[in-house]
Ligand binder design. Sequence first.
Ligand SMILES: Nc1ncnc2c1ncn2[C@@H]1O[C@H](COP(=O)(O)OP(=O)(O)OP(=O)(O)O)[C@@H](O)[C@H]1O
Ligand SMILES: [Mg+2]
Length: 369
Amino acid sequence: MADHGARLVLRDVAKRYGDVTALEPTSIEIEPGEFFSLIGPSGSGKSTLLGAVAGFIPPTGGHIEIDGDDVVSMPPFRRNIGMVFQNYALFPHMSVFDNVAFPLRLRKMAARDVRERVERMLATVRLPDMGKRAIGQLSGGQQQRVALARAAVYDPRILLMDEPLGALDKNLREEMQFEIKAFHRQIRATILYVTHDQDEAATMSDRIAIMNGGRIIQHGRPRELYEHPRNAFVASFLGDANLFEVDAASPAGDGLARVDIGGDVALKAAAPPGAGAVGGGSHVICVRPESIAIAEGTLTGEVACSNRIGGTVADAVYTAGTVRYRVKLDEARSVTVRLASQRQVELFDVGRPVTLTWPAADTLLIPKE
Ligand SMILES: Nc1ncnc2c1ncn2[C@@H]1O[C@H](COP(=O)(O)OP(=O)(O)OP(=O)(O)O)[C@@H](O)[C@H]1O
Ligand SMILES: [Mg+2]
């Protein structure tokens, strides 16, 4: 097994197809052994970035370094990179053993070494004694494990995975997420992983990059991105967010801003350091549904350092472990509230007047773009 993964550095890597820009000049540094995910909407450039690293897609500009070596002009098979895709791309007429052995035989490895490596790899993906099976006799999850084994059997120092779990149902996906994590701990390769499932990315990754329109909008640890989104796109892409257009905001001391969101609603928000007054149209505020408390009726009196809005319950949905409310503030605006459901908690019916409160510190004032 590789003793550690490779360091992968992209500098201004770009890809154009005629007038279409698939990838704007993009720079990122991925540490040895890191699990790094790309997420973003369809067409945002995730597979293009992966294809450039793999060598299938020649970039129109920039440099790609693997452990300090520029690989842009190196053919794919010399880059020592393993790949796993959504549709497995296994050889259906070959046995499990022969599928996993394929990359080793291609590299002219001696038969005895092939056997030893393949058996070790099949044990790693928890398919020992399955070597003789035909691919068609395996479940979807088992096939995906064969694909993992085949991608990693020759000890690549980087593994690229493009939506590897996309074809699996929800339960199997979740099981395989833990499998891939455990697999990563064993093989220790650097993993660059593409998904458009934000929960999957958060579960698995050391860091995540969020892409849109061919560029990385923000990257960081999952929690950092959730708690400090750079703009409205990141805030709404990662988790649920209540976003309100800001009419005006001004500094209110103690790192807070006073924010007018129209309709006579003024809130206190955590302002970015050094933020001055903000005019209309350029900013939003973001409040996560789990930050908000809900109480019956119209609250009176001061609530220390909290924001407060009155509304009417428009929708209440109970799912395993959580209650989600949609609370209407006025004709145009509503707020999503999410609570852990405990037996003692009272449930509010649709139509009930309620008051929502939440801390100023959980109210982020962020740019739209
Ligand atoms: N061969 C091509 N010729 C022209 N445009 C292309 C080509 N391949 C990709 N594109 C365009 O480049 C952009 C990025 O595509 P890419 O496949 O990287 O997206 P993605 O983020 O992987 O999307 P998805 O989540 O749907 O897989 C898209 O707008 C796509 O239409
Ligand atoms: Mg893609």
